[in-house]
Design a binder for this molecule. Structure first.
Ligand code: UD1
Ligand code: CA
Length: 475
């Protein structure tokens, strides 16, 4: 990406994309300084996770989809924990100390923002706002745009006050509202967009002359009206997009709402879910046709399931891809793995990071595979550890086989070539190569490479002691 520069009208150019306007300049300020007392936690509220990701990270990811010129997170309570947790993000930070209200919070970010274009205000504890909704708020470069929503129970929210012709004239906070104003169902979500130079001017005029003694961001609405600046409203399409988190209970409720939303989305795409209420997607799940998912499954990060994949109950899959026709039996764990088509996995299989299984591989119960490649048509069906191994095609790994990949300090690889048969309860002490077509007798400890097509075994001789008696209990 080239350096981004501004021109006078506030258009944003990327220098190496032959100087065409990219978008009207956008700044995003994310408020995240609040205390979060009701979370009863030592962790700052915005770092608590929804769908496996900190609340603030949801907002930053959504913000990034709008390609802003500048993003600034206003933090305060919880100290440096917030900037530290978000260090990998392309955002700046502004400290708000003490926290004197939402208007005061935005003021802390303003010195970092250029005057051109719009500034959009988001909240670190309102995680599910969608970029498609925000996009609708960015179409009027000269107006103040408020995101509002109609609620049956508007208690606690700032009310949108309109005149007889329906124009917005003010936002009145619940605590400052009259009886008649409290009856208004249209509320302020808090999310708004305004021309940055106007916002700067309005915020400099704020007072804290209200019931809470705070500098209210919402007071800028009356200022805009007084200056004849158009006040637009955009209606949020879903309540869940604008719900804020103040307690663990609200967090759990929003988690369920979001999971139901995602389950519904998968169902409409044709994925068969045994029970849409018993599915957790913590990231992105992409499914082919005729995928079936049983109850209690968790998908984390980016997971891709090919056509006709079946996922058995209580399976956890994280950052992995599974190709068409593969069946995963219940209680399997798959993490950072690539699994081919027509494989049989589980029940109780554990496939760990760096594993690549080709087509038609069978991994059975209590088999752990780590950082290993297994070629087509190979099987390890019972009780094995396969770590740091490269296994060829048509290999049979007998029950209880262990790759001894670690000498306590260093890790070594085990190579098993095509058409090998490993007898049960074998230990392969790496580094070691079992050559093509060789057979290992059950119960062997293999420490040296085996020649092609041979039988190798290492066992002590079986003996029988005649006349031996079992011990009896002493009286
Ligand atoms: C605010 C709005 C209200 C709206 C409601 C929606 C104001 C004055 N009121 O009220 O109209 O209906 O949100 O939820 O804006 N924050 C800071 N620094 C501060 C104060 C707050 O960063 O000094 C952050 C908080 O972390 C929180 C957000 O701003 O994320 C909202 O603050 P809060 O005090 O909860 O505002 P509300 O009273 O809910
Ligand atoms: Ca609040």
């Amino acid at each position: 990406m080239g350096a981004t520069t501004l021109n006078k009208s506030g258009f944003c150019y990327t220098t190496n994309s032959f100087r065409k306007p990219k978008m009207n300049l956008l700044n995003i300020v994310i408020l995240a300084a609040g205390k979060g007392t009701r979370m009863h936690s030592d962790k700052p509220k915005v770092l608590h996770a929804l769908a496996g990701k900190p609340l603030l990270q949801h907002v930053l990811d959504t913000a990034a989809e709008l390609s802003p010129f500048k993003t600034c997170v206003v933090y305060g309570h919880g100290g440096e924990a917030v900037p530290q947790a978000m260090a990998s993000y392309e955002t700046s930070f502004a400290l708000q100390e003490p926290q004197l209200g939402t208007g005061h919070a935005v003021q802390q970010a303003l010195p970092q923002l250029p005057d051109q274009g719009l500034t959009l205000i988001l909240y670190g504890d309102v995680p599910l706002i969608q970029h498609t909704t925000l996009q609708q708020m960015l179409t009027s470069p000269d107006a103040l745009t408020l995101l509002t929503i109609k609620l049956d129970q508007p208690a606690g929210y700032g009310r949108i006050v309109r005149d007889d012709t329906g124009n917005v004239i003010a936002i009145v906070e619940e605590k400052d509202a009259s009886q008649a104003q409290r009856a208004i169902g249209e509320v302020n979500t808090g999310i708004l967009a305004a021309p940055t130079h106007l916002l700067r001017n309005w915020l400099s005029q704020l007072s804290n002359n209200n019931v809470q003694g705070e500098y209210y961001l919402t007071d800028i609405v009356a200022m805009a009206v007084k200056q004849n600046v158009t006040v637009h409203t955009v209606h949020a399409p879903h309540v869940w997009e604008v719900l804020g988190i103040n307690s663990k209970s609200q967090l759990a409720d929003l988690e369920r709402t979001w999971q139901k939303e995602q389950a519904h989305h998968l169902l409409t795409q044709g994925v068969a879910l045994a029970d849409p209420a018993r599915l957790d997607v913590r990231g992105k799940l992409v499914c082919g046709r005729d995928v079936e998912i049983d109850v209690g499954c968790i998908f984390e990060g980016h997971v891709q399931l090919g056509n006709n994949v079946q996922v058995g109950a209580y399976t956890i899959i994280r950052n992995s891809s599974i190709a068409s026709g593969t069946h995963i039996a219940p209680y399997s764990h798959i993490d950072q793995a690539e699994i081919g088509s027509q494989c049989q996995i589980g029940p109780y299989a554990r496939i760990r990071p760096g594993s690549k299984l080709h087509n038609d591989v069978h991994i059975g119960n209590f088999v752990e595979v780590k950082n290993s490649e297994i070629a087509a048509n190979s099987k390890a069906n019972h009780l094995s550890y396969i770590g740091d191994a490269s296994i060829g095609s048509r290999v049979n790994v007998g029950a209880g086989t262990i790759t001894c990949n670690y000498d306590g300090v260093n890790k070594f690889r085990t190579i098993i070539e095509d058409d090998v048969f490993i007898g049960s309860d074998t230990q392969l002490v790496a580094p070691v190569t079992v050559a093509r077509g060789s057979t290992i007798g059950a119960g062997s400890t293999i420490t040296r490479d085996t020649p092609e097509g041979t039988l190798t075994l290492s066992r002590s001789k079986q003996i029988t002691i005649a006349g031996w008696k079992r011990p009896t209990k002493k009286k």
